[in-house]
Design a protein. Structure first.
Length: 243
């Protein structure tokens, strides 16, 4: 996060079928994370968004999933709102710890195997919803994605559901503090994109695929619903099944 405070917003390339942008900041932040992991003295199998797979140490039993900068398109414009850096540690399909750093507020959401925390305080999470509306984040604001998914977004918007058209690890983590009530990833994405979902799940939120099947913390792409409670998850599943 300190590196990203002074990192370059210069673009390096566009990549993938969705034309994700890669900045120098992405590369600088990922290098900073790798440097810390390599200096830790522990062994890791690294799966990183920018650099792919890498082995640290001789006998890694723990996987480290790295998203050095989520929200690069916003970051490039100087808008750090809802931009974050995320690292999640998994062993045998079990989350050992996960971290999501908010680049704007400097808050760090994280979890261990037992609980979720905001900075140094354990999160007291309630599945009950106070108020008449649920606030749901989904997908990301990119032209080709938006054109393809707009009908589904319209289907998610209901009398009790307000839809925010951007999602990532930070929005998932913010479920623990009530800033969002659910995050829906309709299109399968990589596991590093669920670092915040792991944190919210440890706090008591519900996590499944968008088809309603069990979510797996493995190196595969999956859709996902992270929801405050069963009522909201049911409403979202019902809306998605229409498509």
């Amino acid at each position: 996060m300190k590196v990203l405070d002074e990192a370059s917003t210069e673009a390096v390339q566009f990549k993938g079928s969705t034309k994700n942008i890669q900045l120098k900041a992405d590369l600088e932040a990922e290098k900073a994370i790798l440097d810390v992991l390599e200096a830790s003295g522990h062994d890791f199998s690294v799966i990183a968004e920018e650099g792919g797979m890498k082995k640290i140490g001789k006998d890694p039993q723990v996987e480290a999933y790295i998203d050095p900068l989520d929200g690069s398109s916003y970051f490039m414009t100087g808008n750090k709102r809802l931009c974050c850096s995320a690292v999640m540690f998994v062993q045998g399909g079990r989350v050992l710890a996960s971290f999501v750093g908010d680049l704007l507020t400097k808050d760090i959401y994280h979890c261990d195997e037992n609980a979720a925390y905001l900075n140094d305080k354990r999160v007291e999470f309630s599945r009950e919803k106070k108020g008449e509306r649920y606030f749901v984040a989904t997908y990301a604001v990119k032209g080709n994605r938006l054109k393809e998914e707009l009908p589904k977004l319209a289907g998610l918007a209901q009398e009790k559901i307000l839809v925010w058209n951007n999602s990532g690890p930070l929005e998932q983590a913010m479920i623990t503090t009530g800033q969002f009530d659910a995050v829906v990833d309709m299109t399968p994405v990589s596991l590093w994109d669920y670092a915040g979902a792991a944190i919210s799940q440890k706090a008591g939120a519900l996590l499944t695929t968008a088809e309603g099947t069990p979510f797996r913390f493995e190196n595969i792409k999956q859709s996902g619903i992270t929801a405050r409670n069963a009522e909201l998850r049911g409403m979202l599943l019902q809306a998605l099944h229409k498509w």
